[in-house]
Design a protein around this ligand. Sequence first.
Ligand SMILES: [Zn+2]
Length: 347
Amino acid sequence: MAVNKISSLLGEATKNFKSDAAQRKAAAESPHSIILHTNDVKGEYDSGRALTTTLGGINRPITRDDLETFRQNIKTVQKVFKGGIKARQVLDMSLEIDRKRARTEIRMAVPISAKNGMVRFATNAGPDSKAARHHVNVEFLSFGAGAASGRDTAQKMANWVRKQPLKFDCDCGRHKFWFRYISTIGDFNAGRPETGFPKIRNPGLHGVACKHVLRVMAEVEASGIVLGFLTKLIGKAQDDDNARAVHKTTVKEAEALAKQQDKRTRDIKTTDTRAQAREAAKQRKALSEAAKPVPVPKKATASTRRNASQAAPKKASINTSSLTPGQIAMAKQFGMTPEQVMALIAA
Ligand SMILES: [Zn+2]
């Protein structure tokens, strides 16, 4: 992504968040408003409004029972997110579809500017988006405490701050229609609060964050770029002796950071899948050690290489009859089929 002047990027972010707030206000004030307000969910809903929900899979008029289900879903969210949310939890509580989009579509998330603990990130937009990029705001709730504390270096405090609870906001439609309500009632919303229940898009209140936020959270949790940015910010706050700081990335820096990120994709994993990945790697290792692979000729000729590359993607052609008794025993031990064993050996 070409990074324009930082000030124009920031202007774009402000404009997006402002126009969203104005649209929301107009929608609420309209006599034909379809927003399901807090009081409606509480039980004051007038069924004459004939609002609909997709709860249960089809779009149909809202009933009293639905309101009760909505209240239950709200309770669940508020119970889960008691005490704020950390970057790791955002990744853990996200939906697989959003993680997949973050992995495959979002190639950069660069911190652009910060005022105290509120840091603005710019990300690229997905391939189907009308927007050129998206803006994600992250409020680090322990910034003040980290900046005021003289117990450690700015870098160590920055590393601590990024692992503490935070709030966030994104200017994309997915966040607006699916997740902003959840972040509002879960108390981790860093922007305009949303009090209208997502009765059509997300009545089950599943997930927490869009692909842009997920990519940003992966950076917050693990990247040296974010650590460096927060270190500078905290260093400034410590120098000023008032735990307040403003910091902006220069255009040159932002371009360099975007380029750096573009070179390698960041995997977006939950704690569970990370553990599963470790387990799978362990199993693969055990299998490849136990199974004696068919010896490969030392020098592959051009034609054998070609044959190998042609044969590889054809899963159906995997020959499981050549499994050794050791391999079959391993397959049994790991509850796998001979095909799965062959696929692992071939991988
Ligand atoms: Zn987003």
